[in-house]
Design a binder for this molecule. Structure first.
Ligand code: NAI
Length: 245
């Protein structure tokens, strides 16, 4: 087996991000999992990843903070000597119809989801450029493509990620850095647990597969984009949405 690869996953200790970390660990990656605040189950996660024969390194940072992202990338580069794959997964929602949406709720979502994606990428890219190799996978959302009432902030951030992905793909292709996005539909995580049964029923009606997706069904697509079976794909958005769009 060749040298192990290294993946940095933002928001990597919960939900979809944790599942991406586990899936990549099972497939030859050492893991740098970013978190904002420590949680109790991180010890258990570390054990699970080490059982897969991979290294697990936790790194604290608020992705909305530019300097904190610089430190995070430098820490991971120092620890592993490289970052082969960056997964920009950290994200939040602060839903509300525009009439009631506060300015700070709009800005907070843009700051974490879109500016956060820029902040981490900005610091990771010089290392990838120098190595003439790298993958960046940004987690967008179907609502960034189709829109959703009550989520102007979130949809704008996720649509922004798509524009960012396509532009960066063109900028860095000559250095053998591939940049793609994944747009999940409704995935069963903490983010969607808060929805009422009524809202969930309404959502199922829009999904041809008539169910929510699992975090692992997203993680497997990220693994594809991080691996050796996708070497001629860049600037794309892969929908993982049960046929919604
Ligand atoms: P989650 O709420 O379970 O996890 C989000 C993760 O991001 C957490 O680990 C959280 O600590 C981290 N995070 C939040 N703000 C942060 C910050 N400022 N700095 C560092 N980390 C921060 O949510 P879930 O569902 O796992 O979402 C992961 C990604 O997938 C997000 O970008 C979300 O927008 C996206 N997504 C989720 C969908 C769903 O149905 N669950 C659908 C489409 C996209």
């Amino acid at each position: 087996m060749g040298e192990r690869k290294v993946a940095l996953i933002t928001g990597g200790t919960r939900g979809i991000g944790k599942e991406i970390a586990m899936e990549l660990a099972r497939n030859g990656f050492d893991i740098a999992a970013n978190y904002r605040t420590k949680t109790d189950d991180m010890d258990e996660m570390q054990k699970q990843i080490e059982t897969e024969g991979a290294r697990c390194f936790f790194v604290q940072a608020d992705v909305a903070n530019f300097d904190s992202c610089k430190q995070m990338v430098e820490t991971v580069e120092k620890e592993f000597g490289k970052i082969d794959v960056l997964v920009n997964n950290a994200g939040i929602t602060k839903d509300g119809l525009i009439m009631r949406m506060k300015q700070e709720d709009f800005e907070a979502v843009i700051d974490v989801n879109l500016v956060g994606t820029f902040n981490v990428t900005k610091h990771a890219i010089p290392y990838m450029m120098k190595r003439h190799s790298g993958r960046i996978i940004n987690i967008s959302s179907v609502v960034g493509i189709a829109g959703n009432a009550g989520q102007t902030n979130y949809s704008a951030s996720k649509a922004g990620i798509i524009g960012f992905t396509k532009s960066l793909a063109k900028e860095v292709a000559s250095r053998n850095i591939l940049v793609n996005a994944v747009a999940p539909g409704f995935i069963d995580t903490d983010m969607t647990k808060v929805l009422s049964d009524n809202v969930k029923e309404g959502i199922y009606a829009q999904i041809p597969l008539k169910r929510m997706g699992s975090s692992n069904e997203v993680a497997k697509v990220v693994k594809f984009l991080a691996g050796e079976d996708s070497t001629y794909i860049t600037g794309q958005v892969l929908n993982v949405d049960g046929g919604m769009i």
